[in-house]
Design a protein around this ligand. Structure first.
Ligand code: DQA
Length: 153
């Protein structure tokens, strides 16, 4: 069997509420529909999708370690990551990405720069390969495509 390359899509806290949480900001697409949109894009590119969401920082760190190891093993191209509010608080997520050298595209559904000042700083952006901000859930599809184009494989 030919091994299939994996793209991770990781989602942080409160993104399980997509579709009902502040639809004027985040839209009406639910997390399960978002997963399907990501799966379509991954399949189009010949990739396998691992799509996950957690409200727990430590679990997100474990998944970054897992994804980083799979990139080093030649099994994955990296991760599209929406860290939710941990974007603005988590040095631990920054260190996990830096420490594993995981290729990450940071995604935010909303344009965080048009919002409250506490959303303007990201601990993730300095160690991300790129960022997609304010394009709605479409940003995930664009980020998967960008990660694929950046990949040496
Ligand atoms: C978000 C923006 C964050 O500031 C917020 O805490 C989220 C979602 C976005 O996708 O726009 O939970 O990451």
């Amino acid at each position: 069997m030919i091994p299939v390359t994996v793209v991770y899509v990781l989602n942080g806290p409160n993104l399980n509420l997509l579709g009902t949480r502040r639809p004027e900001v985040y839209g009406t697409t639910t997390l399960s529909i978002l997963e399907e949109l990501c799966r379509e894009e991954a399949t189009r590119l010949g990739l396998d999708l691992v799509f996950r969401q957690s409200n727990h920082e430590g679990l997100l760190i474990d998944w970054i370690h897992e994804a980083g190891a799979r990139v080093k093993a030649g099994e994955s191209i990296g991760a599209v990551f929406n860290p939710g509010a941990y974007t603005h608080t988590s040095i631990a997520l920054h260190d996990a990405i830096e420490g594993t050298e995981l290729p990450v595209i940071e995604v935010h559904i909303s344009n965080v720069h048009r919002r409250e000042a506490f959303r303007h700083h990201s601990y993730i952006s300095p160690i991300a390969r790129g960022t997609v901000v304010g394009l709605g859930v479409d940003g995930y599809r664009l980020a998967i495509d960008a990660l694929h184009r950046m990949s040496p494989q």
